[in-house]
Structure formats: C-alpha cells, structure tokens
Write a protein of this length. Structure first.
Length: 576
C-alpha cells in the first residue's frame, strides 16, 4: 500500500487541504460567532468547547464548488446524481472509521442547532482540529491513534503479540480492508464488507444504477466491479478497471484507499470519493507529458549510470474539476492532486493515474497563494505569480517523484532502496527532490517548447510564493522541511533576496535557474548513493527557519490556511 509521500506512490499533499461542512450544505466559515449558542451546545454535550473556535474556523476560506451543468447531457446528469449519492455515503463510512463516538456526537450537535460547531465538526470528521495537530476542540480526549480500526483499549503491542502467537491470522489482521474487534477470549479481524455491510450495500446499489444508465462502457464496467468489491473486499479488478476508464466526462474515484488515518499501523484504508467532471482537451494536452518521462530521466543532472531508463510505466494524466468529495480526502486539508491506485500489482501492470483537481488548485491559488504573494513579494514581480505556473509545477512535482534513483545497488553489492538507506530523512529528501526536480523539469520543458517561454519567470516567482505557503505549516512536516531546505539554498546562491527597506522578497532569474540545477544535482547524488550522512547534513545545514522568514510569515496572519468547499451538488440533491 502506498504512501502519499513516497516516490512511486505519491499523492503528496502539495498544498493542503480542507474539508467541507457538508452537513446541510451550509458553510461553516460563513457563520458568525454566537458565544451563547456554543455555550448551550457545550452544556448539552457536557463538554468543554475550545475558546478560540472562531479563529480555528477563520483559518478556512469558504469556496463554492459549482457543477458545470452545461457540459452534461440529461443522461450524464442522471448518472451524476447516482454517483453523488454513492459518494456521500463515503462521508458516513469515514465518520465511523475515525471514532466510534462520532455518530452520536454529530447527532447531539445537530439536535442542538449550533451550526458553526456542527459545521466545524463535520469539516474535521470528529472533535479534533486537523489543522492544529488534532487538538480536541470539543472535550479533552486525545484522538485515538488507531481510529476505530482497532478496539479502543487495544495497544500496538497487543496486536503484535496476537499475530506472533497466531501467524495464520497475520494476513487478515494486516489487511487494508478489515477492522480488528474483540471476540471471545481474544481479537478477530472483521472484513469491511461485513462491518459496514449496510452502507456499502447502499453505495453499491447507487453505483450499479449509475452503471445501468451510463453511456460510457469503461465507466460502467468500473462502477460494477467496484460495487462488487464493496461486497467481496477484493479491490484488484476494480482498480484495474479504474485505470481503463476513458473517454468519459463524469468521473468517479471511490473506495478505501489511503492508510494514514490508521496512525497506529498504517494498515487500514479509509473510505473516500472524488466525483469530478473531466476536461478531455486539457487532459489530452498534458497527457503529452507521458512521452517526456524517459527524456526527463535522461536529462537529470546526475551521473548516467544512476539513471533509471527502464521505468516505462504508462501513467495517464487526467485534468478534472471536482464537484464533490467524500470521506477521508475531505477531512482537514483539501487535496489538489492524487496518484492512484496504491496496489503495486496494478501499478506494475498499468502504472498509475495522476488526477489534477483543477478547480481546487484554482481556489487555493486565488484565496491563499496570491494573497500570500501580495504580502511578501516585491511589487514589480507580483505579475509573475500565475495560476499556470502554480498548476504545472504541482503536476511536475508529482511526475518528478517517479524520476531518479529508486532501487540501489551499493558498492558492496547490497540490493536496497533509497527509502531504506535514507531512513528518517527520506520523506524530507524525497519531497525536496520532487519540488526541485519538478522546477528543473519545468525549465527543460520550456526549453523544449512544450511550455511557453513566458512561464520561465512565472515559475521562478510562483515557486518562491509557494515556499511561504508551505512553511506556514511548520518545518517538521516533509513538505515544510523540504521547502525550507530549498529556500535557504536558493537564498545562499543569491537567487532570492530581501529588500532591507520593505522586507519584500524577489527572485534573481539567472541565479535562480542555476541554483535549481545545483540543488537538484546535490539531492539526486544523495539518493543515487543512498547517502544517509549527506542527507542528514543537508537538513541540518539548510532546514532551519531564519528570523527573516519568520518576520515574513508574521505578515500572513489574515490569509486563510486552507479552503472549505460548499458543494452546489449537495444543495441540489439534499440527502436528508
Ligand atoms: Zn510530493
């Protein structure tokens, strides 16, 4: 099972997230504070409510996500409605996966009519603030590490001991698609199809109904096989069918995918859905990048013998506008792009699909990235901060995860991987690689004529603005740490400079290009040699935040940290 941060598998969350308080199609961030109501809710719940709830809510910019009805014929609109209803069930499934007390708490909040609190709860899928290290904002209970995938009182050691004593249970216990429960005298693995039979059956029914209506055969095939997987817990064939969906406008990704909510073992997959409308023309245009994979590998600034020219995975690119998201992906930070499936057998056979959520990227650019640029970049360079540069760098970042060293043979003949050799520095190193090699490839594709020359300056300045967005979340995360390294390196090489009078930053274009190549070379060399010591030194030398950056970040107080979508489709087809 993949990780969003690892090379081959990465959806990494380049730009983080958000979630919707989809409850009643209302937007939590639109509500004005009313301390009295919140106090009443606290009393009804018998729990304390965080005093700074308003500030927590204000961290999210409300964004309305519309449906491009004009692009869809009558039949596609009918398909869309069924698929929305199936996707909405992922909300219910994920709510149960996060914590056993969630449904009860939601009902109490709804009964009490405090829409702000209920909305913030819905946005976080539970009483823990995902943007602030999961601090509880209702009550004081810490978020359970194992979510509701394991018995609340079970420790990691207990599970490990059980598997050691019952090796025949190992596969079922470590499966992505079972929950662990207490049974007479011990532990037992219950398949998702049984644990969530009712909700999964309902979702499967909507998907089969949509398949019967759908004119696109490849989509219908996927919907039927995924519906069957909900009943069998065997997702392989439906992952294969998902890779083959083509020629469609209405697009659905649905199922149990990522394992991060299981913070105890990363075994258990969380339910989620992305319901989208594809842009066939833009998808086709960017799909041309597939032809560049080997060329980009050849062009990397590293020794030829370390280049991996046999990666021939046929990875399609899809540009879509999201019209609804459900479950895991909607909790906390909103996803910009994803790369699925995670099943290595499918990736071997068919590669993986990169899906770019264009309207979400646009919303974050407008509401977060550009406002940040206005506060910290020199006025004469603001015109170079563009959506095109932002969007294409996100795509090239994802691409670049798949470039460079992966499997290694050390000098003594040991077969290993970059991941194993770089140990706990791997995630930061890999994210820094994706970012800087992504930028390096941007220049390459401009030189080769794939992208317009005007993007050369735009990507340089937009990349700098993106740094300030990323490090706001701290330098401990892989993305934040990676960005800090890049910024300090670029600054050292004279690529970034601060005006002492205004404190605003600007890019020296010639030096920026040179520095990008220099840092890409250093990071790729570390990976090619599996050099843990050099990786550690790179982080120590460049990973710290200086006072200059801290001062710049202090100017961003009023800029939201993420967006919270309210979905038009939810209002049209209100479930209640
Ligand atoms: Zn990444």
């Amino acid at each position: 099972m993949g990780t969003r941060k690892s090379a081959a598998l990465g959806i990494c969350f380049l730009a983080l997230i958000c979630a919707a308080c989809a409850q009643k199609g209302e937007n939590v961030a639109d509500k004005k504070g009313d301390g009295k109501v919140t106090a009443d809710a606290a009393a009804a719940l018998g729990m304390e409510i965080a005093a700074d709830l308003d500030a927590r809510i204000a961290a999210y910019a409300p964004v309305e996500i519309k449906v491009p009805w004009e692009l869809l014929d009558e039949n596609e609109q009918k398909v869309l409605e069924k698929l929305y209803r199936a996707s909405k069930i992922m909300d219910e499934l994920f709510l149960r996966q996060v914590w056993s007390g969630n449904v009860d708490m939601r009902d109490k909040l709804a009964a009490h009519g405090d829409a702000r609190l209920a909305g913030f709860f819905a946005l976080n899928f539970g009483p823990w603030d995902r943007l602030n290290e999961n601090q509880p904002f209702i009550g004081t209970m810490p978020k359970p590490d194992g979510a509701d995938f394991y018995p609340a009182d079970m420790t990691a050691a207990e599970l490990e001991a059980w598997i050691a004593a019952h090796p025949e249970d190992k596969a079922a216990f470590q499966s992505n698609f079972t929950v662990i429960r207490r049974a007479e005298g011990g532990l037992t693995a219950v398949p998702y199809s049984k644990e969530y039979a009712g909700l999964l059956g309902e979702a499967a029914r909507y998907m089969n109904e949509a398949a019967d209506l759908a004119a696109n055969e490849s989509l219908a095939k996927f919907l039927r096989s995924r519906a069957a997987a909900f009943m069998s817990d065997d997702y392989y064939q439906s992952d294969m069918d998902w890779m083959d969906v083509t020629g469609n406008l209405v697009d659905l990704t649905i199922g149990p995918y990522e394992v991060y909510e299981d913070n105890m073992f990363n075994y258990k997959a969380a339910f989620e859905a992305f319901l989208c409308v594809r842009d066939p023309e833009e998808s086709k245009k960017l799909d041309g990048l597939k032809g560049y994979l080997v060329k980009m590998e050849k062009n990397l600034p590293m020794d030829d013998r370390h280049k991996n020219l046999n990666r021939g995975s046929d990875s399609p690119i899809s540009v879509v506008d999201e019209i609804f998201s459900g479950g895991d992906t909607k909790a906390g930070v909103q996803t910009l792009a994803f790369n699925l499936p995670n099943d290595e057998r499918v990736r071997e056979a068919k590669g993986s699909k990169k899906v770019m959520l264009r309207n979400i990227c646009h919303a974050k650019f407008d509401r977060i990235l550009y406002p940040i640029a206005e506060r910290v970049l020199a006025k004469d360079q603001l015109g170079y901060v563009t959506f095109d540069a932002y969007f294409n760098h996100i795509l090239l970042h994802e691409f670049s995860h798949g470039l460079g060293p992966g499997k290694l043979t050390l000098a003594d003949g040991t077969e290993t991987t970059v991941n194993l050799e770089l140990k706990n520095t791997y995630s930061i190193n890999e994210e820094a690689k994706a970012d800087i090699v992504g930028e390096y490839n941007f220049y390459y594709l401009i030189d080769d004529g794939f992208f317009d020359r005007k993007l050369e300056k735009e990507t340089a300045v937009t990349f700098l603005a993106g740094f300030f967005r990323s490090v706001r979340f701290g330098t401990d995360s892989a993305h934040g740490g990676a960005n800090m390294i890049i910024f300090n390196y670029m600054k050292e090489k004279g690529a970034y400079a601060q005006d002492p009078a205004t404190g605003l930053w600007s890019v020296d274009f010639a030096k920026a290009r040179e520095a990008v190549t220099g840092l890409a070379r250093e990071i790729l060399a570390i990976q090619a040699l599996g050099d843990f010591k050099a990786s550690t030194e790179l982080i120590e030398k460049y990973g710290k935040m200086g006072d200059d950056v801290r001062e710049s970040l202090s100017r961003l107080g009023d800029v939201p940290k993420d967006i919270v979508p309210s979905f038009e489709i939810e209002k049209r087809y209100a479930v209640n």
